[in-house]
Design a binder for this molecule. Structure first.
Ligand code: SAM
Length: 415
């Protein structure tokens, strides 16, 4: 097989790569190539059933192709779709959700709702983790990982975050240089600086910077200056965020997500709310605040649960109970109490629901489930299990929380 080939790109994968066919009929994935383009590629990896190619030349560009905003686009692992207009990105995500789910379950067209587009396609992230790196000449870098690599791309801005980031990147890099600090090298397991994690409250203008160092002599969490948590406001609620806690990364769109969920539930009938994988309690507290119904939240991370409890107090939402535990275990204790008018919210990490949690949930005789997913492939698998157990999918609502990337958030209502 020729290492250099000319390929026509037909579609995009979930993951953002262009998909085409090699001369021998094998599927090839090509990063940054778009549908309806002809590209000259070099085959960089061969697997049994597919290959991976790298663009050498765009022979016939797509009419939709645009100039990326960021000069690091194509090298940096952060964005995959800056070369596609935002409107088009949203359309692609909408059809990927439909395709991935329809592959597993046959559903009526009207169940799939049009995607809710992002309020801001740029500068929307409230959290970003930059890593320190060093080249052979000892020059210190601060930026993001190259795609599929541990190499660092040195950055002076990132268009996904607030523009304060420029000053922070400059300061973070100079701080390392001026103090002659070393950079952690994973292969040798030596050196000091690892990463700089920035969190920003868009509605409070509060800023948190965590400098992560690889030195066992340092305490695990050491406050250098300011407070140990920042606040962010979403709708009429205020949330505390600690360094280790999960917090939805797109502030504006979280407000849209919460209101979309609220509109999907029947507040009058609602008896209890179970927020599984509750994080700092955002979804459960929002619904409990609006409906005044009791809330139980489950989350595996200790410090996140402490934030959730504080958030309930801060917003004066009573009748809440937050439990530290793994959903797949903790659910066994609560499933017997879930009544027909109970609302279960599940918002698992990308792997989706653990088989044990899925088993308990699918065996419920009646309840409303709101499944919030950040990965349509595991969502499709879990939805198939619900449908096979007699649940009905009422609404599938994609919502774009992550413009310029291939990531898709989807809200599903099951009854
Ligand atoms: C996608 S986040 C959702 C958080 C929250 N619903 C929100 O909107 O902010 C998933 C959360 O699940 C937690 N988690 C991961 N695996 C878990 C498990 N097996 N049991 C309970 N929580 C888990 C993570 O710590 C994280 O906070």
């Amino acid at each position: 097989m020729d290492k250099i080939q000319t390929v026509r790109i037909n579609s995009l994968s979930y993951g953002g790569q262009g998909i085409g066919k090699l001369e021998n009929g094998k599927v090839v994935f090509v990063s940054y190539a778009l549908p309806e383009e002809t590209v000259k590629i070099e085959i960089i990896k061969k697997k049994k059933s597919f290959a991976i190619g790298r663009i050498l030349e765009i022979i016939e560009p797509s009419e939709k192709r645009i100039e990326p905003l960021c000069s690091a686009f194509g090298k940096c692992g952060g964005c995959v779709w800056q070369n596609i207009p935002y409107e088009e990105q949203a359309k692609i995500k909408e059809s990927q959700v439909r395709e991935i789910i329809s592959h597993q379950i046959e559903l009526k067209e009207e169940i799939f709702k049009p995607i809710i587009k992002a309020v801001n396609p740029w500068r929307y992230r409230n959290k970003i983790e930059f890593s320190y790196g060093m080249d052979k000449a000892g020059q210190i870098f601060l930026g993001l990982f190259r795609s599929n690599s541990y190499k660092i791309i040195d950055l002076d801005d990132c268009f996904l975050t607030d523009d304060k980031i420029k000053e922070i990147l400059k300061t973070g890099r100079n701080f390392a240089k001026e103090n002659n600090l070393t950079v952690f090298k994973m292969k040798k397991n030596e050196g000091l600086l690892r990463s700089l994690i920035v969190r920003y409250g868009f509605n409070t203008q509060e800023l948190m910077i965590n400098l992560v160092a690889a030195n066992s002599d340092l305490p695990t969490s050491h406050l250098i200056s300011g407070k140990n948590k920042i606040k962010e406001k979403i709708d009429d609620l205020t949330f505390l965020i600690s360094p280790e806690s999960f917090f939805q990364s797109n502030t504006n769109m979280t407000e849209v997500l919460l209101n979309t969920i609220l509109n999907l539930i029947d507040s009058d009938k609602l008896e209890n709310i179970y927020d599984l994988f509750c994080g700092t309690g955002i979804i459960g507290l929002f619904i409990a605040g609006k409906t005044k119904k009791p809330l139980i939240g489950i989350e595996s991370n200790d410090s996140t649960i402490l934030d959730a409890k504080e958030n309930a107090e801060l917003n004066q939402i009573g009748n809440t109970h937050f439990i530290t535990g793994e959903v797949e275990k903790a659910i066994l204790d609560i499933s017997g109490n879930i009544t027909a008018n109970g609302l279960i919210i599940v918002d698992p990490p990308r792997v989706g629901l653990h088989p044990k949690a899925l088993k308990v949930l699918t065996e419920l005789k009646s309840a409303t489930i709101i499944y919030v997913s950040c990965n349509p492939t595991t969502l499709a698998r879990d939805l198939a299990a619900f449908v096979n157990s007699g649940f009905k999918i009422e609404v599938i609502q994609p919502i774009d929380m992550f413009p310029q990337t291939y990531h898709i958030e989807t809200i599903v209502k099951l009854t």
